[in-house]
Design a protein around this ligand. Structure first.
Ligand code: A2P
Length: 263
């Protein structure tokens, strides 16, 4: 059967969508079947998309589900004229997506040297890889404290993250593993909320220290960053100014960024 497929589809997994949830007019998440042989590390991404004639339409997507879950979960923006997301946002249960089953990425424990506190900085759908990491028991074996920040323009864009935290807190097994180690720090920049401002400004103003208990500390903090190119650049600069070195899979360091999602 697979011999009859156009060349571009060879080795691809065809996965049935099992649920779809729309959060805002700009974001939605969906789950799909997980191939039995598919293994990944928390924080990795895969190329996923839709069949499209001779060549599938693919884009890099972080796997948002934890690596122990039976299904795969993805969290996506909806770009009205985006080649893939304009179609993907209409997914329904039972539809099929395609995935190249070769997960990769730098937002992984292996790319960081040991530390005491893991801080994950995200904006918008940049929270997706961390949705996997904060549900991975290994995260809590490796770190005494875990901080997840997310900055969005509007309050309802934080709903995905809020639901995720609520799910962890109400899960009998996971809540025991996580205990009181996890701090969730959401902010908005346009719509009024309890905590306003970009995280980069919160770091510089001391608000980050106030909320999480300590300023960015290169000796003990390890950092993962995921968001737009501008956001990555600014957070990277803050880490470097603090004396931290960027890590990779081949040479672990004190902070890591992922450029795969920035255009
Ligand atoms: P702002 O509203 O001040 O631009 P976007 O949708 O443009 O990707 O932005 C998502 C969130 O990331 C917004 O809250 C935005 O704040 C924030 N943001 C944009 N650029 C940066 C940056 N360089 N550093 C930190 N946060 C940023």
């Amino acid at each position: 059967m697979s011999d009859e497929l156009p060349k571009a589809y060879r080795g691809m997994a065809f996965l049935k969508v099992t649920s779809v949830k729309h959060y805002t007019d700009k974001t939605f998440s969906f789950t799909c079947e997980r191939p039995d042989s598919f293994r990944f590390r928390s924080g990795e991404f895969a190329m996923i998309g839709l069949a499209n004639g001779d060549k599938p339409l693919l884009r890099a997507y972080s796997i948002a589900s934890p690596n122990w879950a039976e299904e795969l979960e993805f969290y996506s923006i909806k770009v009205p004229d985006g080649p893939l997301t304009s179609k993907l946002q209409h997914l329904e249960v039972g539809d099929e997506i395609v995935m190249r089953p070769k997960p990769v990425g730098t937002l992984v424990h292996d790319a960081l040297i040991p530390g005491k506190r893991l801080i994950m900085f995200s904006t918008g759908t940049g929270i997706a890889p961390f949705a996997s990491t904060i549900r991975d028991p290994e995260t809590y074996e490796k770190f005494d404290e875990v901080v997840l920040t997310q900055t969005c323009r509007d309050v309802n864009e934080l709903d995905y993250g809020k639901a995720l935290i609520a799910e962890i807190r109400s899960d009998e097994l996971l809540s025991e593993v996580v205990g009181d180690k996890l701090t969730y720090f959401p902010t908005t920049t346009r719509e009024t909320s309890d905590q306003m401002g970009r995280m980069t400004d919160c770091l510089r103003s001391g608000v980050f220290e106030e909320v999480t208990g300590a300023p960015l500390t290169p000796e003990t903090d390890r950092v993962m960053i995921c968001g737009s190119m501008a956001m990555l650049k600014e957070h990277k600069q803050i880490c470097e100014d603090a004396g931290m070195a960027e890590g990779s899979n081949s040479e672990p360091g004190q902070f890591v960024i992922e450029k795969a999602f920035t255009d």
